[in-house]
Design a protein around this ligand. Structure first.
Ligand code: ATP
Ligand code: MG
Ligand code: MG
Length: 348
């Protein structure tokens, strides 16, 4: 059988590996961490650094296609792999989404709207950026941020210096604070043949920068619902994308703004496990190996709740209350660490 290579062995890699196995593929996970959650469900695992050229070449040589669970893979590692085997989603999708400034530039070129923004390469750029964007605003590192890490709110110009200090000297982007009504996301897939399938938008609640719940259907007018799906399709087509993508959106009184895109399966798509015949993980594997996409239709209303750190104390109760429980097999509970998620069906 064919072998799927997965870069990154966290919970997303683990769920991708399980979906690939269910479709009859072998899985080879690459992750430096010996305890990577995906390793124990894969046929093969390489635990080496992303700078280990021999390990990367051996990995690439052992698989038929490479996909990934995170967007911050060192480009040199991707160069080595791509010389041997296709990487899906493609390099353009990775390059666009790994840097918030490039991402926003790309979205604007596509005619999509975002929060107002300005580049802050060094501290000296911040006053000028604040004069243009105003306050409140959010300063974010251009690369490597996730779960709200690498972000600082600026409530008034006096707070600028302290915010920049939190960027650790890295280039940043200043975004105007969006007074959104709600946050939604579209999980969409594009196949090797160019066909696109989108799941119904989900409504997301974040706490402390981390996704807490996704509820489907999102409260959206029919017009905004199709705007959201069409925006996602436009992004996928423009990138000649193959795989599943998460598109995060702000709903405002004046329509939708794109917050960010993730070139991978997405936490806000975990509800598809319980709400759809073909979930986002199977859909992603289907796309990257060149199988036809599955039907993304939804057969239930769903609430997905992340189990973060001490939420694990509620596990005994959740196991009894009819929730579908999905745990990632992480040994150590830490504050802010995603340990698993539960899904509840609201209506059949
Ligand atoms: P993820 O884990 O989704 O990758 P991230 O670290 O990349 O998160 P963002 O999605 O940029 O961070 O921001 C996290 C959350 O912070 C958003 O979902 C939203 O609730 C809030 N937020 C981010 N940018 C803005 C903004 N410009 N205006 C208002 N709220 C914002
Ligand atoms: Mg992000
Ligand atoms: Mg986000």
């Amino acid at each position: 059988g064919a072998t799927v290579g997965i870069l990154g062995g966290g919970q997303l890699g683990r769920m991708l590996a399980m979906a690939a196995a269910r479709l009859g593929f072998h899985v080879h996970v690459f992750d430096p961490d010996r305890n990577a959650p995906a390793a124990e469900v894969a046929r093969a695992a390489t635990h080496a650094a992303y700078g280990d050229e021999d390990a990367l070449r051996a990995f690439a040589g052992s698989v038929d296609v490479v996909t990934y669970e995170f967007e911050n893979i060192p480009p040199a590692a991707l160069d080595l792999i791509e010389a041997v085997v296709p990487i899906r989603p493609n390099r353009k999708a990775l390059a666009t989404s790994r840097d918030r400034l490039d991402e926003k530039t790309f979205l604007h070129e596509l005619g999509l709207r975002t929060a107002p923004y300005a580049a802050v390469d060094e501290e000296g750029d911040l006053a000028q950026a604040l004069a243009v964007i105003g306050t409140p605003a959010i300063l974010k590192t251009r690369t490597l941020g996730y779960d709200g890490k690498g972000q600082a709110r600026i409530l008034s110009p006096e707070g600028a210096e302290a915010a920049f200090a939190q960027m650790g000297g890295r280039p940043a982007i200043l975004e105007g604070f969006v007074a959104f009504e709600r946050e939604v996301s579209v999980i969409a897939a594009r196949g090797l043949d160019g066909s696109v399938a989108a799941y119904d938008p989900g409504e997301n609640v974040h706490e402390g920068g981390i996704l807490r719940t996704t509820t489907v259907p999102a409260r959206l007018s029919p017009g905004l619902r199709s705007d959201a799906v069409l925006a996602a399709a436009r992004i996928l087509n423009a990138l000649d994308y193959v795989g599943v993508m998460g598109v995060e959106l702000f709903v405002t009184a004046r329509g939708l703004l794109v917050n960010e895109i993730a070139p991978r399966v997405h936490n806000s798509g975990h509800w598809t496990e319980a709400g759809c015949l073909i979930d986002q993980f199977e859909q992603h594997i289907r796309a990257v190996v060149g199988l036809p996409l599955g039907d993304g239709a939804r057969h239930a209303d769903v609430v997905m709740e992340n189990l973060i750190g001490p939420d694990m104390d509620r596990l005994p109760a959740l196991l009894k209350d009819g929730s579908r429980v999905h745990l990632y097999g992480k040994a150590e509970v830490r504050d802010g660490r995603k340990m698993g998620h539960v899904t509840r069906i609201r209506r059949a």
